[in-house]
Ligand binder design. Structure first.
Ligand SMILES: [Ca+2]
Ligand SMILES: [Ca+2]
Ligand SMILES: [Ca+2]
Length: 332
């Protein structure tokens, strides 16, 4: 139930109602060097931190509805995004075009929870986790939602699956040992191999989570709580050489690779609120790319052409209730 508890905690704070915003304005006189033209600019300052001044470049809300939308992931050709959402009253997996049009429920399972979808490398299937059979298991389906198949099919919780770049394997987190450890299996569910074997800290938490294969298939990036705070780790795809690359006493989570494998995008709360950062794959040059002081940026993923990051963040609608929405931001 690890994943479910985490999602429920996330949902809990989403419905906090922000304080009312107040605004003030400042008159700024600006005279050009020729002294011929004076220009008066009115600069609105948003006082309330719940309504942030947009960063540059401004992210675009592409899902734009009154449900909570999470875990966006690009199709291999970059034309579509798959995500999960609460808009139908229970979690469902949707696809949409990368501009947000044509949002379509593909899981259509009214009584259960479908989470954390991502595309197969050949673009023909979606892998996701669901508790429809009593515990969280890994499922695959065609991109139209047909042929939903439980491939992990055991008694323990198995969550957050991602395909290997060659499509032959799936990396995921399993509690088969009682702790969250990273495993791989063949894409048909056979040949399960445990890659991490972490000594628990803080009363039994290991917190190995969100494994993602590198584009060349040689490495896996993931987050881990083994050091007493969340860090981004990389390891070889056989589990050797597990290395803390973020090394910061704050929460670094939800890593994903750039298409060329040279960088990693992740989120961190080191600045006092969640931000999207990029860094080199060795952990150097950690850079804030969202720069938004008052909102929550989560779960980033790089577009296949390398030009954009898609992520989840709050959008405040006129009802003053926050909803998690899917945004894209262009990279410099
Ligand atoms: Ca459902
Ligand atoms: Ca950390
Ligand atoms: Ca922020």
């Amino acid at each position: 139930m690890f994943a479910k508890v985490k999602y429920l905690l996330a949902i809990g704070f989403l419905f906090l109602i922000p304080a009312c915003a107040t605004e003030s304005s400042t008159q700024v006189a600006n005279i050009d060097s020729s002294d011929e033209v004076s220009v008066v600019k009115e600069v609105a300052e948003i006082v309330n931190t719940a309504t942030p001044i947009p960063p540059t470049p401004t992210p675009t809300n592409i899902s734009n509805n009154s449900g909570n939308d999470y875990y966006p992931s690009w199709s291999p050709d970059g034309t579509k995004i798959v995500f999960h959402t609460t808009r139908d009253g229970n979690y469902e997996i949707y696809t949409m075009n990368s501009d947000g049009t044509n949002q379509t429920n593909i899981s259509n399972n009214p009584s259960t929870d479908e989470y954390v979808p991502s595309w197969s490398p050949d673009g023909t299937k979606i892998v996701f986790d669901s508790d429809r059979d009593g515990s969280f298991q890994i499922y695959t389906m065609n991109i139209d939602g047909s042929n939903q198949t439980n491939i992990s099919n055991n008694a323990s919780d198995d969550i957050v699956p991602k395909w290997s770049p060659d499509g032959k394997k799936i990396v995921f987190v399993s509690k088969q040992t009682g702790l969250n450890e990273i495993h791989t299996m063949n894409a048909d569910g056979t040949n399960v191999i445990q890659l991490t074997n972490t000594l628990p800290v803080n009363g039994g938490v290991t917190g190995n989570n969100i494994p993602v294969w590198s584009p060349d298939g040689t490495k896996i990036v993931f987050s881990s709580y083994r050091d007493g705070n969340h860090e981004i780790y990389t390891m070889n795809s056989d589990g050797t050489n597990q290395t803390n690359i973020s090394n910061k006493f704050s929460a670094e989570e939800y890593p994903s690779w750039s298409p060329d494998g040279s960088k990693i995008v992740f989120h961190t709360n080191r600045d006092g609120n969640n931000e999207i950062y990029t860094m080199n794959a060795d952990g150097t040059n950690q850079t804030n790319i969202s720069n938004n002081p008052s909102t929550d940026e989560y779960v980033p993923s790089w577009s296949p052409d390398g030009t954009k990051i898609v992520f989840t963040s709050k959008k405040i609608f006129t009802s003053k209730i926050d909803y998690m929405q899917i945004f894209t931001i262009k990279l410099d």
